[in-house]
Design a protein around this ligand. Sequence first.
Ligand SMILES: CC(C)(COP(=O)(O)OP(=O)(O)OC[C@H]1O[C@@H](n2cnc3c(N)ncnc32)[C@H](O)[C@@H]1OP(=O)(O)O)[C@@H](O)C(=O)NCCC(=O)NCCS
Length: 275
Amino acid sequence: MIARIWRGAVRRADGDAYASYMRATGVAGYLQTPGNRGAWMLRRDVDDRAEFVMFTLWDSLDAVKGFAGEDHETAVFYPEDDRYLVDRDETAAHFDVVEARATPPRLEGETVVLRPLGLGDVERLAALQAEEGVARWWGPPDEAELRAKAEGRDPVVAFAIEVDGQVAGLIQYYEENEPDFRSANLDIFLGDGYRGRGLGPDALRTLSHHLVDARGHHRVTIDPAAENTVAIRAFERAGFRRVGVMREYWRAPDGSWRDGVLLDLLASELERSER
Ligand SMILES: CC(C)(COP(=O)(O)OP(=O)(O)OC[C@H]1O[C@@H](n2cnc3c(N)ncnc32)[C@H](O)[C@@H]1OP(=O)(O)O)[C@@H](O)C(=O)NCCC(=O)NCCS
């Protein structure tokens, strides 16, 4: 992963207008470029100037070039920059990202709250996962794996699903970040006492919104067992559409290979399904 950094400064009185202008030009441009992993606009006011740092993360230098062009070290400017900027870097600096950790935000749905998984949730979630109705699809709980998720050492990003302040289940996503195939895959379970109340679709829609709005995904997928017709209906209720059957896709706890169903949800459909 690559970090790109650029600095500029405007008159302090222009700071707010410049931030709005940058949101509509630079930030939008970063986020729309395949292979961008996020954009941060930093500001500090010093005397009569507002200094800005644009910090962006990218899959690769090729992804940066998709934004900045072949001569990627040259800074990208926009038509009204001259009106605002009193100081500017003519080039952008690039760094290899050696370590990157971000605490996921707390997300609020209609009823559920999705809270980044903590170590304190592991025991409760292991107990919920051990229930027959969950273990049948998820396999038996693995506390070491749950701890790795809570500590951000696992490739998936996991949230505890909270209902009325109680941990009711788990929802997680895995990002495919190969730029030409970028998407996010979800997985979810709710404990026995929490199913059949629309909480699953609420959690799935809430996380899908986050993946589209904050993580820049245009497509979200989920792939339950073909036999898990209850889950498939719940996912369709959340707005997912059935793509097709993936034959002998997953290995069941009894060791046999079973079919799975791929469902997906496009960003545009997520908005439509809620009107
Ligand atoms: C799949 C899952 C997340 C769906 O969430 P949910 O909140 O239960 O979804 P819904 O409220 O839409 O209800 C799902 C179905 O359960 C039924 N149901 C009703 N009461 C129920 C109860 N007490 N317990 C279980 N299911 C119940 C609902 O009627 C609905 O069935 P229908 O489609 O025939 O109407 C949840 O059922 C679950 O955690 N299942 C076990 C783990 C699992 O299968 N995960 C998916 C792996 S990909």
